[in-house]
Structure formats: structure tokens, C-alpha cells
Design a protein around this ligand. Structure first.
Ligand code: NAP
Length: 474
């Protein structure tokens, strides 16, 4: 599968050096993409810039028609998209199919939401004076996306940006460019005018720098690690770019002693083990009240034991491969550090690394403490460390003990205790008895070092709009 760049409505870049894309399930090459540089990136920026004047003038209804065509095509080609996603990313096919539907939901929701971008009229203080607030698209948007959700992390940006009237350049990650290219092929089929959507692949630092240096790009929307997000924020200063940052997480889950343990176990297992634990909002550490601790550990271990590790394309697989060697080594380091400092491995604790394919068993650790690496850093793997707490206050205090603030979870049947935890935690997203809170219509994003801004919901549309205030005297 040899793929190309998409610039100004044409597939291009055949003459460029190629980057290989691997199947993490077996290390085999599944395709190539061009490695573009500054010139191609600038050509994509110019195309998006030229297309902006026309696209932004269309009515929201006209833009919605294009978006709905893309939505329909995504749903028609759901199976092909899912298979491609599993091939280059590794997640089980059933999860890939779920992601395609989730990704498409952003396109559909924002096609509708674009029709509700309202300005406002402010009562003025003078009889002859009128005051108005207009909402207008920010301009050319560049999106830099991660590998863990190869489709949804693009559409969560593409949907609102295009609905708002912006034009778009996407730079997918080196691990999963093929899903991104397939999405753009569908957009091409949907008939978007040339230049409205552009795609570049290649050396991220060169492409990133060209984007950040360009005065034509008015907004950068990034999803990825906090480390790279910080670099991009620094680079954005030169042109004072509007930036949205969806960065790393380190989600705590607090299980109180009145929780419905069945619900809590199901929620924690669903959150932690989907995508092999490689999800920014997945639970990374669990705090359980002492009188239900042993029972909770036992139940979670029993559920985790049932999960089958393997190639995501094979029927019955629950946990696919780890994306690469670095990811695998980080997981192994977190587990080794915990065990060597006194944690007990209830199940799992081992991985395999053969022929460029990395797998890690579902792992449950008990008797962990707050000084261990795993309690302080995002693991991005199928490991649950479970820590005993004595009180709700201790749970909130330990839950907040992190520079990150993306997602947190609480399990309790008590309205007052749940409210106390929700209000006490410094996190942008909270799942209360809910392990999978994300939805197109809801704001998604983090506090502290987890990011800036929100995607999804009405907040996700606002991110692509400028506010213009007009005062006029009759
Ligand atoms: P990453 O290494 O930061 O990469 C993310 C994107 O940035 C990729 O497209 C990458 O391209 C690009 N990139 C790398 N260096 C760059 C540079 N110097 N300039 C411009 N772009 C650059 O993150 P990842 O490993 O793909 O993703 C995992 C991280 O994403 C985790 O920390 C996870 O928590 C976070 N995440 C957050 C959310 C959220 O919504 N908050 C959602 C999903 C994931 P190349 O791969 O081509 O180098």
C-alpha cells in the first residue's frame, strides 16, 4: 500500500523518499508514505490559505452537506477503515470498528452544530449606538495527531474546523498515516473543494516548524504528548498562534466503600484494558477504600485474567500489541519498579518482544505506594496498580497529586460523596460510575499539563471561531 500526500486536491509526492509503516502485531511492513519537508508543507499551507476565502463564504448549510457526505462514506466504508486501523495500530478489530463510528459521530454532530454558530446583540448605552458580536472562522488550521486513535483524533478536529468555515492541513503520526490517508480519500470522494483539506506526512519536526513559522496558519490543534505540546506552545509564540492542546494524562480512579463493586470493576477493566491501555483518559492508578480493597483486587484480577492477548485481526482478541519498543519498555519499567519496591503482582507482569512485535499481559498490582513510577507517570499499557486508602479526603488528595489533569473516575452510589469527589478533583473530565465518558457532544480536554482548550461539544466549535465585536453609531 504505497500512499501519497494530498495537497490542493491532488495526490502528490511520488518522487519523495518513503517512510515505512509497520504492523505492530508482527513487525511487517504494511505500506509506505512520502517523507515531505518544508516545501510540500508550505504548498499545503498555501492551498489551504487560498481555499479559505471561498470555503468560509459558503453557508453553514452548504458546508454541512459536504460533511454529511463524508459521514455517509465513513459509515459505508466502516469495515475497510477498521481493518486498516487494526493493521497499522494493532487494536482489536471490534475496537477499531467502534472507533470508526465514534470518529464519524464528530463529523455528523459538527455538521449540525455549524448551523448554530450564533453571534449576539448587546443592549447599548446610547439610543443611536448598536453593539454586535460576530463569530467568524479563525482561518487556516493545522492539526497534528497521535497514533492511539488514528481516526477519531483527526475527525474531532476536522469536523468543527470545517463546519466553522476553516480550511485544514493534517499531519498524522508516522505510526498510523494510512487511516488518515483513507479518511482524506473519502473526503476527496465526498467532493470537498480543492485546498479545503490537505494532508502531509514525514519528519514531524520539519513539518511542525514550517507550520509554526507560517503566518498563514492561524490555529494549531495538537493531540499528543505533553513534551511535544510544550515545544509547540513555545514555537507558537513567534506568530502568536491560537493553539489547542490535548496532551498526556495520568487518570486516577477512586473507589469508595459504598460503590457497586460490579459496576466499578466493569468500569475500571473497560477503561484500563481497551486499546491495550494506550488511551490518554484510561485509568492509570486506582485508589480503593480499605474495607473493600481485597474484594476489589480479587474481582478485577478475575476479570482481567479472562482477556485474550493477540493479533487484533484475530477473532476473540481483547488486547492487541503495544505500539512499539519504547512503549513496551516503559510498561516493563513501571512494573519492575513497582515490584522491586514492594508491590505484589496479582496477575500478569510479563511481556513478549519478538520480531518487532511487542505484547504485554493484563497486569494487576496490589500494595503499591505513591512513590512508585507507575503512580506518577502515564504508563500507556495494560497495567492496573491498586492503592489502599482510608478516607474520601485521602482519595481526593492523592488523586490530585499529579501535574496532569485530563480525566478522573469515581465509583460511589452516594450522591453527596460523589459530588464531594467530583468538585474536589482538578480534572477536565470525570466519569462517575462511568469508565467511558467521551462523546462527540461533550467537552473533552484537560487541566494543568494535560492541555489547553476543549474538543467536542459546543466548546469544540468555539475553538475554531474568532470573536469580533462591532460597535456602530447610526
Ligand atoms: P507524540 O510523540 O507527542 O506525537 C504526537 C504527534 O506529534 C505525532 O503526529 C508526531 O509525529 C508529532 N510530533 C512529534 N514531534 C514533533 C515535533 N517536534 N513537532 C511537531 N510535531 C511533532 O505523542 P504520541 O506518542 O503519538 O501519542 C501519545 C500521547 O498522546 C500520550 O501522552 C497521550 O496521553 C496523548 N494523547 C492525548 C489525548 C488527549 O485528548 N488529551 C488523546 C490521545 C493521546 P511523528 O509520530 O511523525 O513523529
Amino acid at each position: 500500500m504505497d500512499k501519497l500526500l494530498y495537497i490542493n486536491g491532488s495526490w502528490t509526492g511520488n518522487d519523495l523518499e518513503k517512510i515505512e509503516v509497520y504492523n505492530p502485531a508482527n513487525g511487517e511492513v504494511v505500506g509506505t508514505v512520502p517523507s515531505c519537508g518544508k516545501d510540500e508543507t508550505n504548498a499545503a499551507i498555501d492551498a489551504a490559505h487560498d481555499a479559505f476565502s471561498q470555503w468560509s463564504k459558503l453557508t453553514a448549510y452548504e458546508r454541512a452537506d459536504y460533511l454529511m457526505k463524508l459521514y455517509d462514506l465513513m459509515m459505508e466504508e466502516k469495515d475497510e477503515l477498521a481493518e486498516l486501523m487494526t493493521l497499522e495500530m494493532g487494536k482489536p478489530l471490534k475496537e477499531s470498528a467502534g472507533e470508526v463510528v465514534y470518529a464519524a459521530s464528530f463529523i455528523k454532530w459538527y455538521a449540525e452544530e455549524g448551523k448554530r454558530v450564533y453571534g449576539r446583540t448587546i443592549p447599548s448605552s446610547g439610543q443611536n449606538k448598536r453593539m454586535q458580536v460576530l463569530k467568524q472562522p479563525v482561518g487556516v488550521v493545522a492539526a497534528i495527531t497521535p497514533w492511539n486513535f488514528p481516526a477519531a483524533m483527526i475527525t474531532r478536529k476536522l469536523g468543527p474546523a470545517l463546519a466553522a468555515g476553516c480550511t485544514f492541513i493534517v499531519k498524522p503520526p508516522k505510526e498510523t498515516p494510512l487511516t488518515a490517508i483513507k479518511l482524506v480519500e473519502l473526503a476527496d470522494k465526498a467532493g470537498f473543494p480543492k485546498g479545503v483539506i490537505n494532508l502531509v506526512t514525514g519528519a514531524s519536526s520539519i513539518i511542525g516548524k514550517a507550520i509554526m513559522d507560517s503566518e498563514k496558519v492561524r490555529k494549531v490543534t495538537f493531540t499528543g504528548s505533553t513534551e511535544i505540546g510544550k515545544k509547540l506552545i513555545e514555537q507558537s509564540a513567534a506568530t502568536v498562534k491560537n493553539v489547542s492542546m490535548e496532551l498526556g494524562g495520568h487518570a486516577p480512579a477512586i473507589v469508595l466503600d459504598d460503590a457497586d463493586l460490579k459496576k466499578a470493576v466493569a468500569g475500571v477493566v473497560a477503561s484500563k484494558f481497551r486499546n491495550a491501555g494506550q488511551t490518554c483518559i484510561c485509568i492509570n492508578r486506582v485508589y480503593v477504600q480499605e474495607n473493600v480493597y481485597d474484594e476489589f483486587v480479587e474481582l478485577v484480577a478475575a476479570e482481567a485474567k479472562k482477556l485474550k492477548v493477540g493479533n487484533g485481526l484475530e477473532e476473540g482478541t481483547d488486547i492487541g500489541p503495544i505500539i512499539n519498543k519504547d512503549g513496551f519498555e516503559k510498561i516493563a519499567e513501571h512494573v519492575e519498579n513497582a515490584v522491586s519496591n514492594g508491590a505484589e503482582c496479582v496477575i500478569g507482569g510479563k511481556g513478549t518482544a519478538e520480531n518487532g512485535a511487542y505484547y504485554y499481559e493484563p497486569t494487576v498490582l496490589k500494595n503499591v505506594n505513591q512513590d512508585m513510577l507507575i503512580m506518577n507517570e502515564e504508563t500507556f499499557g495494560p497495567v492496573i496498580p491498586i492503592h489502599k486508602i482510608t478516607s474520601i479526603e485521602e482519595g481526593i488528595q492523592l488523586g490530585n497529586k499529579s501535574p496532569f489533569g485530563l480525566a478522573a473516575y469515581v465509583y460511589t452510589e452516594s450522591l453527596s460523596k460523589g459530588t464531594q469527589v467530583v468538585e474536589g478533583l482538578d480534572y477536565g473530565i470525570i466519569g462517575w460510575n462511568d469508565g467511558v465518558p467521551s462523546a462527540a457532544q461533550a467537552p473533552f480536554g484537560g487541566m494543568k499539563e494535560s492541555g489547553l482548550g476543549r474538543e467536542g461539544g459546543i466548546e469544540g466549535m468555539e475553538a475554531y471561531l474568532e470573536t469580533k465585536y462591532v460597535s456602530y453609531v447610526l
